[in-house]
Design a binder for this molecule. Sequence first.
Ligand code: AMP
Length: 277
Amino acid sequence: MLIARTLAELRAGCTELRATRSALALVPTMGALHNGHRALVRAAAESGATVATSIFVNPLQFGASEDLSRYPRDEAADLATLRAAGCHLAWLPDVTAMYPPDDVTTIDVAGPAAMWEGTARPGHFRGVATVCAKLFGQVRPDRAYFGEKDWQQLQVVTRMVADLHLPLEIVGVPTVRESDGLALSSRNRFLDSDQRRLAPRLYMALMTAVETLAKGEPVDDALSAARQTIEAGGLAVEYLALVDGPTLQPLQTLHRPARLVVAAQLGSVRLIDNVAA
Ligand code: AMP
């Protein structure tokens, strides 16, 4: 696996990968890699592409009160994970490579970025869209892989790529979960054992709501029951909604493709999840 830490090393590495004549796939990550990230790298490799993975904890997508400084970092373990998962190039830029001092351009996506995470974390999607546009320009991949775990992010990036006519395809990969349903996340390590026991309620409540909706029950009733289940476990619901899959607009009745999206606070840990409805 090639390792690039500067733009010059990245350019040389990408030239080498392109010489293989296979498609080039990019998996953007913030490191602290787990089986969810592995699934993205594997999906990219199994598509026949050569795979570049970026590891960059992007300051622009963290709010002032958020957990940038405590975001877990373990480069040696991440590189071992990437090698084992079939990654061909690891791109490990520093902050000045991504945001040089004379940098003045950011990207604001409206539409799917407006609500939910967009409201809860002002500026978050500006950070995501901007860093993704930079990574796409640096690596110039044919495809980029994103997890459905961050459903809204997947839709925001897909919208940006369409609107800016960027020459790549965005591929979504299903959420990888623990056996009890908890979606894998780098932040799960901050849950203590009691919180870890309660956290799968989020997914359980979503799945029960999916069943209720499929039986034709009113959306409001299904959402209130799910909210009660979640809050009975001591989680504080930030938002819980049935939305149109691509636009994230709230739905009062079930129209497919629909998604149930949720964010809840459990102690100091903010959990998000979503499922198809
Ligand atoms: P992050 O490092 O948290 O920025 O995530 C990098 C990529 O991995 C994003 O596209 C995430 O959606 C994806 N990802 C994170 N957790 C999971 C998961 N449990 N299952 C599938 N993809 C995931």
